[in-house]
Design a protein around this ligand. Structure first.
Ligand SMILES: CC(C)(COP(=O)(O)OP(=O)(O)OC[C@H]1O[C@@H](n2cnc3c(N)ncnc32)[C@H](O)[C@@H]1OP(=O)(O)O)[C@@H](O)C(=O)NCCC(=O)NCCS
Length: 150
Protein backbone atom coordinates (compact mmCIF):
# COMPACT_ATOMS: atom_id res chain seq x y z
CA UNK A 1 0.00 0.00 0.00
CA UNK A 2 1.30 3.48 -0.83
CA UNK A 3 -0.25 6.91 -1.23
CA UNK A 4 -1.03 6.21 -4.93
CA UNK A 5 -3.72 3.79 -3.76
CA UNK A 6 -5.30 6.52 -1.69
CA UNK A 7 -7.83 8.94 -3.10
CA UNK A 8 -9.03 12.18 -1.59
CA UNK A 9 -12.63 13.41 -1.76
CA UNK A 10 -14.86 15.94 -0.03
CA UNK A 11 -16.16 14.80 3.35
CA UNK A 12 -19.86 13.90 3.60
CA UNK A 13 -22.15 13.80 6.63
CA UNK A 14 -22.17 9.98 6.30
CA UNK A 15 -18.43 9.89 7.04
CA UNK A 16 -19.16 10.68 10.70
CA UNK A 17 -18.54 7.15 12.09
CA UNK A 18 -15.39 6.65 10.02
CA UNK A 19 -13.94 9.99 11.14
CA UNK A 20 -14.70 9.29 14.80
CA UNK A 21 -13.05 5.87 14.41
CA UNK A 22 -9.87 7.20 12.80
CA UNK A 23 -9.62 9.92 15.43
CA UNK A 24 -10.10 7.37 18.23
CA UNK A 25 -7.32 5.22 16.77
CA UNK A 26 -5.01 8.24 16.58
CA UNK A 27 -5.71 9.69 20.02
CA UNK A 28 -6.71 6.43 21.76
CA UNK A 29 -9.79 8.15 23.10
CA UNK A 30 -13.17 8.50 21.39
CA UNK A 31 -14.58 12.01 20.89
CA UNK A 32 -18.01 11.60 19.26
CA UNK A 33 -19.41 14.74 20.96
CA UNK A 34 -16.66 16.91 19.50
CA UNK A 35 -17.33 15.56 16.00
CA UNK A 36 -21.09 15.80 16.48
CA UNK A 37 -20.62 19.53 17.03
CA UNK A 38 -18.23 19.87 14.07
CA UNK A 39 -20.45 17.91 11.70
CA UNK A 40 -23.51 19.96 12.69
CA UNK A 41 -21.55 23.13 11.99
CA UNK A 42 -20.23 21.85 8.65
CA UNK A 43 -23.23 20.05 7.23
CA UNK A 44 -26.26 21.70 8.76
CA UNK A 45 -25.28 25.35 8.77
CA UNK A 46 -25.22 27.30 5.53
CA UNK A 47 -22.55 29.63 6.89
CA UNK A 48 -19.65 27.33 5.98
CA UNK A 49 -18.36 26.24 2.58
CA UNK A 50 -17.42 22.57 2.26
CA UNK A 51 -13.66 22.29 2.62
CA UNK A 52 -13.19 19.14 4.71
CA UNK A 53 -11.72 16.09 3.01
CA UNK A 54 -11.29 12.39 3.62
CA UNK A 55 -8.63 10.00 2.33
CA UNK A 56 -9.92 6.60 1.35
CA UNK A 57 -8.23 3.45 0.18
CA UNK A 58 -9.50 1.24 -2.64
CA UNK A 59 -12.84 -0.17 -1.53
CA UNK A 60 -13.79 3.06 0.21
CA UNK A 61 -12.37 2.62 3.73
CA UNK A 62 -11.59 6.03 5.22
CA UNK A 63 -7.99 6.16 6.50
CA UNK A 64 -7.58 9.88 7.12
CA UNK A 65 -9.33 13.22 7.15
CA UNK A 66 -8.83 16.93 7.42
CA UNK A 67 -11.52 19.20 8.82
CA UNK A 68 -11.41 22.83 7.80
CA UNK A 69 -13.76 25.77 8.22
CA UNK A 70 -14.37 28.55 5.77
CA UNK A 71 -16.99 30.94 7.02
CA UNK A 72 -19.22 32.39 4.32
CA UNK A 73 -21.43 34.60 6.44
CA UNK A 74 -24.89 35.87 5.91
CA UNK A 75 -24.41 37.60 2.56
CA UNK A 76 -22.27 34.96 0.88
CA UNK A 77 -19.03 36.91 1.13
CA UNK A 78 -16.40 34.60 2.48
CA UNK A 79 -13.25 35.39 4.34
CA UNK A 80 -9.83 35.25 2.74
CA UNK A 81 -8.65 33.02 5.59
CA UNK A 82 -9.71 29.50 6.51
CA UNK A 83 -8.86 27.33 9.48
CA UNK A 84 -7.57 23.81 9.56
CA UNK A 85 -9.31 22.45 12.65
CA UNK A 86 -8.24 18.82 12.81
CA UNK A 87 -6.19 16.36 10.81
CA UNK A 88 -5.85 12.67 11.47
CA UNK A 89 -4.44 9.64 9.66
CA UNK A 90 -5.08 6.06 10.80
CA UNK A 91 -1.82 4.94 12.49
CA UNK A 92 -1.74 1.86 10.18
CA UNK A 93 -1.48 4.23 7.19
CA UNK A 94 0.81 6.92 8.58
CA UNK A 95 4.23 7.76 7.09
CA UNK A 96 3.05 6.92 3.58
CA UNK A 97 2.34 10.47 2.47
CA UNK A 98 -1.41 10.40 3.18
CA UNK A 99 -1.21 13.44 5.50
CA UNK A 100 0.74 15.41 2.91
CA UNK A 101 -1.73 14.43 0.20
CA UNK A 102 -4.64 15.60 2.37
CA UNK A 103 -2.93 18.94 3.06
CA UNK A 104 -2.06 19.49 -0.62
CA UNK A 105 -5.59 18.81 -1.81
CA UNK A 106 -7.01 20.93 1.01
CA UNK A 107 -4.79 23.84 -0.07
CA UNK A 108 -5.58 23.39 -3.80
CA UNK A 109 -9.28 23.42 -2.98
CA UNK A 110 -8.99 26.58 -0.85
CA UNK A 111 -6.85 28.35 -3.48
CA UNK A 112 -9.66 27.87 -5.98
CA UNK A 113 -11.96 29.61 -3.50
CA UNK A 114 -9.52 32.56 -3.34
CA UNK A 115 -8.43 31.85 0.22
CA UNK A 116 -5.12 33.55 0.99
CA UNK A 117 -4.22 32.07 4.35
CA UNK A 118 -4.84 29.01 6.51
CA UNK A 119 -4.65 29.10 10.28
CA UNK A 120 -4.21 26.14 12.56
CA UNK A 121 -3.47 25.71 16.26
CA UNK A 122 -0.87 23.23 17.41
CA UNK A 123 0.15 22.36 20.93
CA UNK A 124 3.65 23.73 21.54
CA UNK A 125 4.71 20.35 23.01
CA UNK A 126 3.47 18.32 20.07
CA UNK A 127 6.81 18.22 18.29
CA UNK A 128 5.66 15.59 15.80
CA UNK A 129 2.67 17.65 14.64
CA UNK A 130 4.74 20.84 14.54
CA UNK A 131 7.31 19.03 12.36
CA UNK A 132 4.58 17.74 10.09
CA UNK A 133 3.13 21.24 9.57
CA UNK A 134 6.58 22.73 9.14
CA UNK A 135 7.39 20.12 6.43
CA UNK A 136 4.15 21.21 4.78
CA UNK A 137 5.19 24.89 4.74
CA UNK A 138 3.25 26.18 7.74
CA UNK A 139 5.13 28.77 9.80
CA UNK A 140 4.55 30.21 13.28
CA UNK A 141 2.12 33.08 13.04
CA UNK A 142 3.29 36.62 13.82
CA UNK A 143 0.38 37.08 16.18
CA UNK A 144 0.33 35.13 19.40
CA UNK A 145 -2.47 33.89 21.58
CA UNK A 146 -2.31 35.14 25.14
CA UNK A 147 -3.96 33.36 28.02
CA UNK A 148 -4.41 33.87 31.74
CA UNK A 149 -5.06 30.85 33.90
CA UNK A 150 -7.77 31.25 36.53
C1 LIG B 1 0.36 14.32 11.63
C2 LIG B 1 -0.28 13.23 10.78
C3 LIG B 1 -1.59 13.76 10.21
C4 LIG B 1 0.68 12.88 9.65
O1 LIG B 1 0.05 11.93 8.80
P1 LIG B 1 0.91 11.01 7.83
O2 LIG B 1 -0.01 10.40 6.86
O3 LIG B 1 1.77 10.12 8.62
O4 LIG B 1 1.79 12.14 7.11
P2 LIG B 1 2.88 11.93 5.96
O5 LIG B 1 3.04 10.48 5.66
O6 LIG B 1 2.55 12.85 4.85
O7 LIG B 1 4.18 12.49 6.66
C5 LIG B 1 4.61 12.03 7.93
C6 LIG B 1 6.08 11.66 7.89
O8 LIG B 1 6.25 10.47 7.13
C7 LIG B 1 7.25 10.70 6.15
N1 LIG B 1 6.92 9.88 4.97
C8 LIG B 1 6.00 10.18 4.02
N2 LIG B 1 5.98 9.18 3.09
C9 LIG B 1 6.87 8.27 3.51
C10 LIG B 1 7.29 7.02 3.00
N3 LIG B 1 6.78 6.53 1.86
N4 LIG B 1 8.23 6.32 3.68
C11 LIG B 1 8.75 6.81 4.83
N5 LIG B 1 8.40 7.98 5.38
C12 LIG B 1 7.47 8.69 4.72
C13 LIG B 1 7.19 12.18 5.87
O9 LIG B 1 8.39 12.68 5.32
C14 LIG B 1 6.96 12.71 7.25
O10 LIG B 1 8.19 12.71 7.95
P3 LIG B 1 8.44 13.72 9.16
O11 LIG B 1 7.43 13.39 10.23
O12 LIG B 1 9.83 13.43 9.56
O13 LIG B 1 8.23 15.09 8.58
C15 LIG B 1 -0.53 11.93 11.60
O14 LIG B 1 0.67 11.55 12.22
C16 LIG B 1 -1.58 12.10 12.68
O15 LIG B 1 -2.76 11.85 12.44
N6 LIG B 1 -1.16 12.55 13.86
C17 LIG B 1 -2.04 12.88 14.95
C18 LIG B 1 -2.65 14.23 14.62
C19 LIG B 1 -3.37 14.86 15.76
O16 LIG B 1 -2.91 14.86 16.88
N7 LIG B 1 -4.53 15.44 15.40
C20 LIG B 1 -5.34 16.13 16.34
C21 LIG B 1 -5.07 17.61 16.40
S1 LIG B 1 -5.02 18.47 14.84
Amino acid sequence: MNEDNISIRLMKAEDFDAVVQVDAKVLQVSRPEYYQMKFEMLFQSESYLPTSLVAEKEGGTVVGFVIGSLYVGEYGIFQDAATLDTIGVDPDYQKMGVGEKLINEFIDHLRKLDVQKIYTLVDWDDIRLINFFSENHFKPSLTINLERRL
